[in-house]
Write a protein that binds this ligand. Structure first.
Ligand code: COA
Length: 478
């Protein structure tokens, strides 16, 4: 479809949006069914609590972890590796984290891309095919990607622009699921067909995310509707920026930083929540669209990819409540209140800190922090950068001293990603979708690996700890 800029919301679509708003009742809108609902909610509270001691009694690997927080071994992969310990004289010593894609350290991968534009695309090739591309085959790969990076006008109008919402992860899921019906061979799980579907989704997801954002801005915020086509010859990062910005302009540094962010988010082993979801769902033999939609749902969670949004909200909260950004005592007092569940979202979590695997440092955070500093210097935001740095230091100290930490705590990739995206002018609605745009490369590689190697449906055990009781007829129940 041709690039277009429309002003004012289309009446038919707006009516549709209003209907969608009335479709679901919030708790405060339940009216005369609310008291019955409250009763049911009270019953739920009474009957769904499991004695926490039973988890210890039965040695349940909660979160599929052992008592030290280490993940239970559930699979093998060659796609990526995370190193958080060095083996010294047979002893595991915590070390600075290292991340490898198909055996290559991401630090070296990024260094090797110096002066080139297609870092994320090369990373995707590496993850999918297991090795770095030679020049000629990389051109073939880019050629296929460019051929697939399109969304028809009907799909944009009939699917992307419907039921827009500020949380675009839901829009991504919906669009991915709907693409199933646009595929003539959706259920064919041969490696060749899954590769085709994967490349379709990898190349279409940036368009879906950006168009969903523009639809949200238009239909919910009454802004101009901007739908710009991707340009052939541009990298994913460049296309995201040119499709996103009303004037389509961006600087080389901006595209470079976004490209690096995409590379750093592209994969993270088989055990991270959304990739494990890929394995679980793929093992049932279901289609690619169902698998990717499920992984997007997992990534949305604030303990996973959604943490980057939470970090941003937390920093908005910190900026609003800490009067002197250089006063470490004031910062510590406020962070302590977060840990004590007294302020912010009441979860007791300082977002962007802690990781299920890394010990001393998360290499992705180290690289992004470096770029955050460079960008901050260029954009006159060193005061904010210094504040982030202070919060990072103090939060790590507080969490280490107050939580049951077995392996060390460090800031994770999400700590600086939102700050970087903010400096790139990327709206917060797109923070987690950007993670999905990158991670779908990893999900695809893992799905292909699962399909080509494993032939066992994932099916762990749950111990029943309830009682078996007699069925009582309705009229005899007390
Ligand atoms: C990522 C995360 C879920 C890992 O959790 P985990 O694997 O249980 O990590 P650990 O084993 O080191 O945690 C040990 C304890 O410290 C707590 N902890 C870890 N990170 C914390 C944080 N940022 N704030 C407060 N408490 C934290 C955990 O809740 C756990 O407490 P518990 O024993 O009472 O359950 C956790 O660090 C977290 O929720 N961080 C904030 C969200 C975030 O940034 N997520 C993005 C991850 S890339």
């Amino acid at each position: 479809m041709a690039g277009s800029v429309l002003h004012g919301a289309d009446a038919a679509v707006q009516e549709d949006e209003t209907m969608a708003e009335n479709e679901m009742l919030s708790l405060s809108e339940m009216g005369d069914i609310k008291s019955d609902f409250d009763y049911l909610s009270g019953e739920l509270e009474k009957n769904h609590r499991i004695d926490q001691n039973l988890y210890l009694d039965y040695d349940v690997k909660r979160g599929l972890r052992d008592a030290n927080g280490k993940g239970v071994l559930t699979g093998l992969t060659e796609v990526s590796d995370i190193v958080q310990y060095d083996l010294v004289d047979g002893m595991q010593i915590p070390c600075d984290g290292r991340l490898y894609y198909q055996g290559i350290n991401v630090v070296d991968l990024i260094r090797g891309l110096e002066g080139r534009r297609f870092g994320f695309e090369e990373t995707t090739f590496l993850l999918l095919f297991g090795r770095l591309p030679k020049e000629e085959e990389f051109h073939r790969f880019l050629n296929v990607c460019e051929g697939l990076a399109e969304l028809g006008a009907r799909f944009v109008r009939d699917v992307v622009m419907k039921a827009s919402n500020g949380n675009l992860m839901n829009a991504l899921q919906r669009c991915v699921l709907t693409l199933y019906t646009y595929d003539d061979d959706p259920d064919n799980c041969s490696a060749e067909n899954v590769l085709r579907q994967s490349m379709e989704l990898i190349t279409k997801l940036p368009l879906i995310a950006v168009y969903s954002y523009h639809s949200y801005l238009h239909f919910r915020k009454d802004e101009a509707l901007v739908i710009r086509n991707p340009k052939k010859g541009l990298s994913t990062a460049e296309n995201i920026l040119q499709m996103l910005r009303p004037d389509g302009a961006y600087t080389e540094l901006e595209a470079k930083v976004l490209d690096i962010a995409l590379i750093l988010h592209a994969d993270h082993g088989g055990g991270n929540n959304s990739t494990f979801t890929t394995h679980v769902v793929s093992s049932s033999g279901t289609d690619t669209y169902s698998s990717v939609a499920a992984s997007i749902g997992s990534l949305k969670g604030p303990r996973h990819g959604g943490a980057n949004l939470k970090v941003q909200e937390m920093f908005d909260n910190l900026f609003a409540n800490i009067s002197d950004l250089e006063n470490e005592d004031e910062i510590e007092t406020y962070l302590q209140k977060i840990l004590d569940k007294k302020v912010f979202d009441g979860s007791g979590l300082i977002y962007g800190v802690g990781h299920a695997v890394y010990t001393l440092s998360d290499p992705r955070e180290v690289i992004l922090k470096d770029y955050a500093k460079k960008l901050a210097a260029e954009k006159g935001m060193m005061r904010e950068f210094a504040f982030y740095d202070r919060v990072e230091r103090i939060a790590i100290r507080l969490i280490t001293s107050q939580r049951r930490i077995h392996k060390g705590v460090c800031a994770n990739v999400d700590f600086y990603s939102g700050f970087v995206y903010g400096m790139l002018g990327i709206p917060k609605e797109l923070f987690t979708p950007l993670f999905a745009i990158a991670r779908i490369s990893g999900w695809s590689a893992h799905r292909l690996e699962e399909i080509m190697n494993d032939d066992k449906i994932v099916r762990p055990a749950f111990k029943y700890v309830g009682r078996h009781v007699e069925y009582v007829p309705m009229e005899e129940r007390v």
